[in-house]
Design a protein around this ligand. Sequence first.
Ligand SMILES: Cc1cc2nc3c(=O)[nH]c(=O)nc-3n(C[C@H](O)[C@H](O)[C@H](O)COP(=O)(O)OP(=O)(O)OC[C@H]3O[C@@H](n4cnc5c(N)ncnc54)[C@H](O)[C@@H]3O)c2cc1C
Length: 455
Amino acid sequence: MDLVSELQSILAPGRATVNETILEGHSSDESYHTPHLPDVVVYPKTTEEVSGVVSFANEHQIPVVPFGLGSSLEGSVIPYNRGIIIDMSLMNKVIDVMAEDFLVKVQPGVTRIQLEKELKKYGLFFPVDPGADATLGGMASTNASGTTSVKYGIMRENVRDIEVVMPDGKIIHTGSLAAKSSSGYNLNGLFVGSEGTLGCFTELTLKVHGIPEEIMAGRASFQTTHEAVDAVIGILQAGIPVARVELVDEHAMKEINVYSETDYKEVSTLFLEFHGNAAGLKQDVAFTKEIVNDFNCEEFAFESDTKGRNQLWEARHNAAYAFIHGNPGKKQMVTDVCLPISEMAEAIKDAREAIDASGLVGGIVGHVGDGNYHILLMIDPDNADDIARADKVNERIVEYSLERGGTCTGEHGVGIGKQKYQRREHGPALDVMKQIKTALDPLDLFNPGKVIDID
Ligand SMILES: Cc1cc2nc3c(=O)[nH]c(=O)nc-3n(C[C@H](O)[C@H](O)[C@H](O)COP(=O)(O)OP(=O)(O)OC[C@H]3O[C@@H](n4cnc5c(N)ncnc54)[C@H](O)[C@@H]3O)c2cc1C
């Protein structure tokens, strides 16, 4: 069978390809996991075309992997069983901004920065902001979160409805436009975070928020990470509605300063942001200042103008790139875990000991208000010893988190990297997940081998 001409008859000439460069561009994500080529890449433009491709794949038992931007970090998008990559980049329209309902309907290939620009015209914004300019389909699929999740929630809390092409080609909707519903099982919750294993998202309705009247951002520097984390607990306990609170350890601060040409103090630092009106913010900031001082804050610097604020967040968002830039020839191994916030300080202390013991260069950054932190380790992916050391660090921080009621990944997903922890984390619930996967995708064609290993 000539796969390309069969698929082109469903799509259009040029929208199914085996071009080597394109296949290669779809063989990896941003992780250190080994790349693998697909058989063919297709570029649908409509839901019906996606359904046509999926029905064809189902009929001929060909694996299918939906592809957003390829920025995921656990190998979720790598087509280890070859097959068809459905690249969503041509389905990139903002379909409808329902400003009065605080909703937006988008195609899955819309990226978060594209959406931000469009929503700005209406005085609205979408809060979930992973470091990469990921697609909304990919973000829903990994249940992404980011710096604002402490106030606005993660993807799962900001997705109202998804149009999904199921593994047999059928098209369903998982929710509605209503703000709440007691009707039926929560399919939104099931499909968000499914990492392309249950179907292909072709449209998403997302919750949006009004751009706050006033925004203030700042940095609080501490001698120890423990004090920084304790200060965050203090801020949250006081009920201060902080919109962002990010931890960057001293090693990451050093890399940031070089890369972003900043001269921030090179100690454990909280990056903070507050949203509201001028009077309210004044109070929030004054109260926060009192609290951080109780935890021996060494410096509390505020950026009230837009330029300083943008520089601050750009520096934070570029932390991963700062390590890459500062360690030429190395690749980054990023891992994330999430645990109850009261366990954070000791967890990060243990993580730092693990990094130091590994001998690898590494930093810690965290969405600390959510109890979620990341380790950025610089490795040579061709050096088995580097990989073994990085795996050991990963293993240790995951074990630490699971022992304390946490999870092996707060936001990056399972992919293949976190698969070995699934039984330990979920116990018999993993069998329920397998039953769901088998019921919805009996031929195991959708992103096989990811999240759940059916064999
Ligand atoms: C520098 C950097 C910083 C990052 N920071 C964060 C962070 O702060 N928070 C965070 O959560 N993540 C972060 N990430 C990881 C990454 O950006 C997210 O996982 C993101 O959600 C992936 O989106 P994507 O469009 O690149 O999806 P891809 O990588 O293309 O795909 C990811 C998964 O989604 C599936 N998928 C994609 N599109 C669809 C669709 N239409 N229907 C069904 N399934 C689909 C794929 O099959 C795959 O399983 C970061 C990555 C980088 C490189």
